[in-house]
Design a protein around this ligand. Structure first.
Ligand SMILES: NC(=O)c1ccc[n+]([C@@H]2O[C@H](COP(=O)([O-])OP(=O)(O)OC[C@H]3O[C@@H](n4cnc5c(N)ncnc54)[C@H](O)[C@@H]3O)[C@@H](O)[C@H]2O)c1
Length: 252
């Protein structure tokens, strides 16, 4: 079960953190993985790691907020890995130098970068892969979101949360528009993560972990495992859903 042998996957923002974990897990299940990141060196580092583990991978650095670059990037993946992108994971979603700032303290010039990345960035990548998926009659689109898309927080993430809410709404509608094509579209909304295992011993991480019902923060490997299921043949009846992956932090 859950084999991804023969599938071509594109993971955005996979140069580090959650995206790198997703890329590792998909590759371990047999997918050929295109590693995207804004930063070439990060994309190449993840690609090198996958290749060193004996997997098939290619680095495709581009900025997902640039529609033409996303189209070119997908064409590069198709040439390099020899086929249609079967699986898109829209993971890039944290703008560079994201500051926690209350709405009243934000400059209106800051609003757009959240919308550009989480809405337009994901839309550009969906647009670039969707038609061939529908034509071949099989595809998986997985949107990575955050609990901030559904839960109000006072921590200074209003525009980040708004952009995540927006893309989650798009996923629901797109999923139903194409439900009969064999292409599924789902969101995985993450809770508090610890992307660096070496940080587990730090007091601030332990304090955050105490707020999570299962007693620990999420890891990139937790997210990778969930994406493998959603991407599998076995998940063909799952579409239009937002799955909360958060150690029980919210239960709706
Ligand atoms: N870390 C958390 O606690 C947490 C919690 C909830 C949800 N999430 C979600 O998980 C996803 C990954 O988060 P992370 O913590 O691994 O982030 P991260 O910042 O560690 O890594 C994200 C990567 O995306 C790349 N990136 C940024 N803008 C890009 C662009 N325009 N085009 C291409 N690549 C771009 C960055 O260069 C970076 O390498 C995001 O969608 C985020 O919203 C994270």
């Amino acid at each position: 079960m859950f084999s991804l042998e023969g599938r071509v996957a594109l993971v955005t923002g996979a140069g580090q953190g959650v995206g790198a974990g997703i890329a590792r897990t998909l590759a371990a299940q047999g997918a050929a993985v295109a590693v995207n990141d804004l930063h070439r060196d990060r994309a190449e580092r993840t690609r090198d790691e996958l290749e060193a583990a004996g997997r098939t991978a290619v680095a495709v650095p581009f900025d997902v907020t640039d529609r033409a670059a996303a189209q070119d990037g997908v064409a590069t993946v198709e040439r390099a890995l020899g086929g249609t992108v079967d699986l898109l994971v829209n993971n890039a979603g944290v703008p560079e130098e994201m500051n926690l700032r209350q709405f009243r303290e934000m400059d209106p010039g800051e609003w757009r970068r959240y919308v550009d990345l989480n809405l337009y960035g994901s839309l550009h990548c969906v647009d670039a892969v969707l038609e061939p998926m529908c034509v071949q009659g099989w595809g998986r689109i997985v949107q990575i979101s955050s609990g901030a898309g559904r839960t109000g927080l006072a921590s200074g993430v209003s525009l980040y949360g708004a952009s995540k809410s927006g893309i989650e709404g798009f996923v629901r509608h797109l999923a139903l528009e194409i439900a009969a094509t064999g292409v599924t579209v789902n969101t995985i909304a993450l809770g508090l993560m610890n992307n660096l295992p070496e940080d587990e011993a730090s007091e601030s991480i332990r304090a955050l972990a105490r707020r999570v019902p299962v007693g620990r923060l999420g890891t990139p490997a937790d997210v990778g495992a969930a994406v493998v299921y959603v991407a599998s043949d076995e998940a063909s009846w799952l579409t239009g859903q937002t799955i909360s992956l958060n150690g029980g932090s919210t239960t709706l």
